[in-house]
Design a protein around this ligand. Sequence first.
Ligand code: SIN
Ligand code: MN
Length: 208
Amino acid sequence: MSKPAELAPGVRHWRHYLDAGRQKLLVDEIFQLAKDAPFYHAGMPRTGQRLSVEMTNFGKLGWYSDAAKGYRYEARHPLTGATWPPIPATVLATWEETAGYPAPPEACLVNLYRNGARMGLHRDQDEEALDAPVLSISLGDHALFRFGAARARASSRSIGLESGDVLVFGGPARLMFHGIDRVYTASSTLIPGGGRINLTLRRVTRPG
Ligand code: SIN
Ligand code: MN
């Protein structure tokens, strides 16, 4: 395993952690699984305004949001009513190798960025297990990821995330602000139909 760069206390970045072959297999698996769990546009709490990113989930719990009930985790797909597909083995292995957490993740959010989709600055704070880090895997088009100190938005900085990169943020950085300012269209040919996929792994409930 290559050594990560420590971008800030609690923020570790592995460039090209997954090689091209494993990226391709993983993308094929994601689209295969998404046949049973189709991508949807979540809505903002209260207003219902659609997020530009398309989403689906793998794992026991999936992240969802709509006008009526806001941000939350659901055990079933909001449109099909089925439980979410399992988290791919490569993804679970990546968590085991890099997260340094004694229990498996429960949620794997799949974000699909196309047509200029972006993700505004936010914190991941819908989980009970805030002692577990957040792990993200980037696939496809390169993106500009903005992240900040635990509280101050003013001190945010940016890093390019490329296909195969793994980013883990936990400890003092677990509640840092972060978002995707920009996706560089056609900077990769990995994703069928183009775009970027980000997998975000989280432990939601406290283990044990
Ligand atoms: C997210 O914070 O949900 C997504 C981050 C990313 O796409 O890299
Ligand atoms: Mn997030």
